[in-house]
Design a protein around this ligand. Structure first.
Ligand SMILES: Nc1ncnc2c1ncn2[C@@H]1O[C@H](COP(=O)(O)OP(=O)(O)O)[C@@H](O)[C@H]1O
Ligand SMILES: [Mg+2]
Length: 566
């Protein structure tokens, strides 16, 4: 049936138009759940319950305790372009609700057996049934304030689309992901997700985003996250970035929210990863949760059918600020990993030994100089243990520095400056060194000649496979120029640091690793002091160029707990 028709052109019947809209909005059970939960949040719900059966293919039900609807509104809500959220196009600028197009309910109802029960006050209520877009009945219903939408037999009348649904487990996972995303945007709202009588998500109202993250993914993951709080101009970035040393190659969580909406934006995640600079091991991907807030007129949220993408007025600015925000979160020694995973004498003897560090607040501040009450800086004593670690007292506890990793970090930053500036002061060798190299190594020397010169190595081919070295850098008194150059060249010829995209970073990391003080070298107190001071003034002092920690800390509170003083 058509509404209006000419010779060839006819306006589509509303039911057909709804089904076509459903093609964009309703892709699978998870998209139905997303739309219904967003409506519940827009209605101010404090608690939302989602039930699915068979991955949502046979049943999806979303119940809320939000503001509900009166009879007239409930009937209108099922018409296309019926919304309570905007009145004119100008209202789209800075729209604060998830919905605004008024197409989800009619679209869902056009491809399912749909039932809506709602009450605005807990006394009078409405039940409305729609089958494949056809209204089947409106009754009185008794219920508490709020709304329940039940969707059965999704795509029962569009078999071609029903065929595209995936296995039950896959659809269930997608539904859980949709609920998780929305649960992250509203820590203060309770969410449950039940799938065929199994409870997959059950989170109570939380006081903070971090508490919500812990409830969704477990405290162990939440403890690896550092808070991000950064503002530049109109853009505020909050959220969490995982400590580099705790990032893993698989299973990372990466979420971006813009003005409270979950969006997919690989570029923003990539910008956030750039904020880690060289602190990540090659394959590791850090978990990231980013909440971006900026004025409504700086971003267009109406560019994608499921609103999963947004358009920024100045994308480069956003990416730059995100990168800085993450770098700032990792910057201070707060990023130093607390001692964790120390095992006790075994089960049954003191459970309190288990999980040392798990109760520690993330991000303890660490300052080199403990301050006495009259705020005179006092230089802490430094102790070298195992000829590999430097131990000293910090403001908040005991800090332990890995001397090789620390020196690597310090050299890396210095070398990055030298490579982009004038180069390093080199020492002319009294007796030039003659070293032998393999074919690929000779090519690597040739290819990196200018970079080698900038860090202090002047080398030229001599005869056959040998090279004469005229100058060498002098990063520390125990430096072995021949060994460093041999190892450096072997690394450059191989692909050891291949994961660092940037050639300069790769070269600097390789040089830093090879030129740094090694584990097992005894250090004088003055050398330790210089190393620690330099480390603490580096940009990312808590991590070396492989993403390993350079500093771990044993908080004083933990010592006091162990010794029964607190
Ligand atoms: N759970 C709910 N509680 C209260 N009102 C609702 C609920 N779901 C939908 N509505 C009402 O129905 C209208 C239409 O919903 P929808 O089709 O999703 O469009 P939109 O969310 O874009 O406005 C909403 O604007 C809202 O007024
Ligand atoms: Mg909606």
């Amino acid at each position: 049936m058509t509404v209006q028709s000419g010779a060839r052109i006819a306006v589509l019947a509303p039911q057909v138009a709804d089904q076509i809209a459903a093609g964009e909005v309703v892709e699978r059970p998870a998209s139905v759940v997303k739309e219904l939960v967003e409506n519940a949040l827009d209605a101010g719900a404090r608690a939302i319950r989602v039930e699915i059966e068979d991955g949502g293919k046979s049943l999806i039900r979303v119940s809320d305790d939000g503001e509900g609807m009166g009879r007239g509104d409930a009937e209108l809500a099922l018409s296309r372009h019926a919304t309570s959220k905007i009145r004119e196009a100008a209202d789209l600028i800075g729209v604060g609700t998830f919905g605004f197009r008024g197409e989800a309910l009619p679209a869902i109802a056009s491809v399912s057996r749909f039932e809506l029960e709602t009450s605005p006050d807990g006394t009078s209520g409405t039940r409305l049934r729609v089958v494949g877009g056809k209204r089947e009945g409106v009754d009185e219903a008794v219920r508490q304030r709020g709304t329940t939408v039940t969707v059965r037999g999704l795509f029962f009348n569009t078999p071609a689309r029903r065929k595209f649904l995936r296995a039950q487990a896959t659809e269930t996972r997608a539904v859980a992901e949709a609920v998780t995303l929305l649960a992250l945007t509203r820590p203060e709202t309770a969410f449950t997700l039940a799938s065929d009588d199994r409870t997959l998500i059950d989170v109570r109202p939380a006081a903070s985003a971090l508490e919500r993250v812990g409830a969704l993914w477990g405290g162990a993951l939440a403890d690896t996250l550092l808070p991000i709080a950064h503002r530049e101009g109109p853009l505020e970035v909050r959220g969490f970035a995982q400590r580099p040393a705790q990032a893993k190659p698989a299973g990372r969580k990466g979420y971006v929210f813009v003005r409270g909406r979950p969006i997919r934006d690989p570029f923003i995640l990539r910008a956030a990863e750039a904020g880690y600079r060289s602190t990540l091991a090659p394959d590791d991907r850090p978990s990231l949760v980013l909440f971006l807030d900026l004025p409504g007129d700086a971003v267009d949220v109406n560019v994608h059918p499921s609103k999963l993408e947004v358009r920024f007025r100045d994308k480069f600015f956003v990416e730059k600020v995100v990168e800085e925000a993450v770098r700032g979160a990792l910057g201070p020694l707060a990023a130093a990993a607390p001692l964790t995973g120390i095992r006790g004498p075994g089960p049954g003897i003191g459970g309190s030994w288990e999980g040392l560090g798990e109760q520690l607040p993330a991000g303890l501040p660490l300052e080199l100089f403990s301050r006495t009450p009259d705020t005179e800086p006092r230089t802490p004593s430094l102790l070298q243990v195992f000829d590999s670690y430097i131990v000293f007292q910090s403001d908040s506890g005991v800090a332990i520095v890995d001397q090789h990793s620390a020196h690597e970090r310090v050299l890396y930053e210095r070398v990055m400056r030298q490579l982009t500036g004038d180069g390093a002061p080199a020492q002319r060798l009294l007796l030039p060194l003659t070293l032998e190299f393999s074919g690929p190594e000779l090519e690597a020397i040739e290819a990196h000649r200018e970079l080698l010169r900038r860090v202090g190595f002047e080398a030229e081919p001599f005869s056959g496979r040998s090279v004469v070295v005229h100058t060498a850098p002098n990063p520390h008194p125990r430096f072995d120029a021949a060994r460093c150059l041999q190892e450096l060249v072997a690394d450059l010829a191989g692909a050891r640091f291949g994961a660092l995209a940037n050639r300069l970073e790769r070269f600097a990391a390789t040089f830093a690793c090879r030129a740094a003080i090694k584990a097992g070298q005894r250090l004088e107190v003055e050398e330790m002091r210089e190393l620690v001071v330099r480390l603490l003034s580096a940009t990312l002092p808590a991590h070396d160029v492989h993403g390993r920690p350079t500093v771990v800390q044993l908080p004083r509170a933990e010592l006091e707990r162990r010794f029964g003083r607190s």
